[in-house]
Design a protein around this ligand. Sequence first.
Ligand code: NAI
Length: 697
Amino acid sequence: MGARYEVRGQVAVITLDNPPVNGLGYDTRVQVAQGVERAQADPGVVAIVLTGAGRAFSGGADIREFGSPKAIAEPNLLSLIRLLEDASKPVVAAVHAVCMGGGLELALGAHYRVAAPGTNVALPEVKIGLIPGAGGTQRLPRVLGVETALNMIVSGEPVKSEMLAALPGQKLFDRIVEGELLEGACAFALEKAGARPLPRVRDLPCRHPNADAYFQFARNTVKAMARNFPAPARCVDAVEASVKRRFDEAMVLEREIFSALMLTPECKALRHAFFGDRAASKIPDVPEGTPPRPVAKVAVIGAGTMGGGITMNFLNAGIPVTILETAQAALDRGLATIRRNYEAQVKKGKLGADKLEQRMALLTPALDYAAIADADLVIEAVFEEMGVKEAVFRRLDDTVKAGAILASNTSTLDVDRIAAFTRRPQDVVGMHFFSPANVMKLLEVVRGARTAPDVLATVMGVAKKIRKTAVVSGVCDGFIGNRMIEQYSRQAGFLLEEGCTPQQVDKAIEKFGFAMGPFRMGDLAGNDIGWAIRKRRYVEKPHLRYSKTADLLCEMGRYGQKTGAGWYDYQAGKRDAIASAVVEQMVAQHRQALGITARAISDEEIVHRLVYSLVNEAAHILEEGIASKSSDIDMVYLTGYGFPLWRGGPLCYADQQGLFNVVQSMKRFAANPHDDAAFWQPAPLLARLAAEGRSFT
Ligand code: NAI
């Protein structure tokens, strides 16, 4: 399907019909062009209405064609817009629901526009590192005024049609149609049947009373807000041209900017993340149409830090939750925390007070398993001890209805062992949320050896409902994210031993773009957590060398912010990290004990050792099939670990550096006697890709 053509009385109706959002793919463009020609040739037709079938007018370019020759094959979008603009009979775009990107640019090529109320209108190209490339930067300022248009183009955010239509002097919408849209559009088209000359947006004047000062101001604002992304500043350039250049010249500039941005690493990274997000929900051996199990009632076991946050996700989505604890006191504490979190949102004006009560009303506290027997999905978030998990899963197996999904939020335990505590391992899955669970986007869905395909499909659907980015991981120590971060933490420790201070390491990686360096992060999360994990792990794996500095720190009671001291010093009540002389001395003594002479280490070495340690471990994870595609790993790091979005994730970054260069660096690191030579042997997959001149993506 592409577009349909029909004649209603004297009006030709061209309906975009390319599900799901009427993307302007090749077939659609061809059929719209044919429709316009047919309507012009038909003496019985006096006007043309362009509308969209189903859920949208048009969401813009067809992303399935992205990067393929079809995307720009004639008639391309520019030609199609030209065709509408030059049509000899009035063209009315009738937009509803979604009118975005190329869809809005197409509508701006029509002579008139009518809209259903509630239509989301946007030029979101900036979100994938681009500017609108089919006249959006030139036509939108002409109909909405320079400032409103620039705000929309720079933010990419949707604005409702009725709000835009209410702006004084606007020419975007000629009418908001309250009733049936197509009927209203056809009536409007008949009113305009005789209008000549036909108005074209390109012919409208574009002015600003104080252009130079305004664009200077806009440029400064945008630079401060989007330091690491080039596209927003280029939006300003393009819109400035709408005021300062002739239309056709400005269109050439728009195209030049668009093409230049397309080649930037930031644009590649943003597109990678955009497609990675969509790809994450596709699991290679779970067919797309797999029917999910219904999930109307959720139970959460454990009302602690994670249980509370997890619960909030469901309440926010309007799904009732029963939360189960062992004792009334713990239950009261958990409920009070949830309420307090909502109250804080109300205070900040982010949530209505009535919404708070609505959400709390969906929550049922329980001390007895009988209360959760009919749950469709149970998520366990009790203490991280196999014995406790065993007791809980045996109880669940005995009490919860057949077909319910039994999920564990464990971060370190073997999901297959947990599944084996039940007589229904096919219904058991890991749902590894990140803290704070009501805020963090990432959800690792841990697929056990026997997890049923429809359980996976269901959980991926549930994740979407609660607005998480879900990535499937196989069972292994640490799953995808924490298994990689362990190598990163080890490198951070080695860097201290060799001469860095915690602040030097943190600064270097924060300059690279991480939200927080490893030592500040440790102080925030609590260094005792890692300590406890290391006590277990390095007993099991004595061959894995790691820096003992973190243990020494904990032995000094410096757990981080919560104890007022960690890798940094903290003043009472403040979170500012202050370089610590005590820590420096501890590290220096440890270094001496190891017989290492401190050396100056460059920021580049710090960044590459930290990031490439992620990359090498990721390559093992891919090869072992723990992750099914490289973009999944990047999504884990972008949404769960504060990896800079404009770099697209560790593997996208490695690709951009060139895998040959990455491997060369690893060989250098392996030759460092104070590092772990065995770890720095490039993973076989990485070595192979580098040798063949290929990339992860
Ligand atoms: P927590 O100690 O804050 O909460 C655990 C809660 O479970 C307590 O309220 C306790 O009373 C309750 N509980 C213990 N045994 C129970 C039982 N048999 N039946 C019902 N309730 C019981 O611990 P937290 O941090 O919430 O961790 C819970 C789980 O989430 C662990 O498996 C942990 O590994 C995992 N996790 C923790 C993350 C974190 O950052 N804290 C991140 C991701 C996963």
